[in-house]
Design a protein around this ligand. Structure first.
Ligand SMILES: [Zn+2]
Ligand SMILES: [Zn+2]
Length: 226
């Protein structure tokens, strides 16, 4: 398998990371290769242009969760690439057309999007040009948060569950701190140190670095501040 390529595009007011992932051909070419677009946020035109310029063919638009900043560009990207299937966890299908649930109502720009084409459920496997990805349900920041992990490549998309040195907020109406604790400690920390994590905001980090230094993953901290 050629090496997986992941491009990061921080988009919009909240600098929400949209990712384009693909496995190049053996000569390194992207032309005609399948790609995924993950979390198409606000003003996704540069992502659309990038995908077209590379000659990539989006097969899926995957949502780590359906907060407004992660779906604000969904309609535009989906219109640009109508063959790409929109998948997210069933617990957040209703978020797509509900500004209260997707939090857009609270920032004064209510967002509704097209519906989902299917679901991402814990234990599902997806394939991207021969690379196998596992879906892990990592709720807490939101009820349908998912992490996508490629064990062979040691890469993961973790949405707003884990950031470099921090974690996602758990004070939203559909957040749950105890559930977040379980997702972080039981699900994500079960991954090997080498796994590189690509978060919804900020730069990439690794499971190992966060296990050692993230204050929210140290014993006792959660109880003290959670
Ligand atoms: Zn979020
Ligand atoms: Zn976010």
């Amino acid at each position: 398998m050629s090496k997986l390529v992941i491009e990061q595009f921080p988009l919009g007011t909240f600098q929400t990371n949209c990712y384009v992932a693909w496995v190049p051909a053996s000569d390194g070419s992207a032309v005609g290769r399948e790609c995924w677009i993950i979390d198409p946020g606000e003003d996704p035109e540069e992502v659309i242009q990038f995908v077209r310029a590379q000659g990539l063919v989006p097969s899926h638009i995957l949502l780590t969760h359906a907060h407004a900043d992660h779906i604000a560009g969904l309609n535009e990207v989906s219109t640009a690439f109508p063959a790409a299937r929109v998948l997210l966890h069933a617990a957040e299908h209703a978020f797509l057309n509900d500004p209260q649930l997707n939090l857009s109502a609270f920032i004064g720009m209510p967002i509704t999007t097209r519906g989902a084409d299917g679901t991402l459920a814990h234990g599902d496997q997806l394939e991207l040009s021969g690379s196998v990805w596992r879906v892990l349900h990592t709720p807490g920041h939101s009820p349908g948060g998912v992490t996508l992990v490629c064990d062979a490549a040691n890469e993961a998309f973790v949405g707003d569950t884990l950031f470099a040195g921090s974690i996602g907020r758990v004070d939203f109406p559909t957040s749950d701190a105890a559930t977040m604790h379980r997702s972080l400690h039981t699900v994500l920390m079960a991954l090997p140190d080498a796994v590189r994590t690509h978060p919804g905001h900020g730069g990439a980090t690794t499971i190992g670095a966060e296990r050692r230094t993230n204050p929210w993953l140290q014993d006792g901290r959660w109880v003290a501040e959670g």
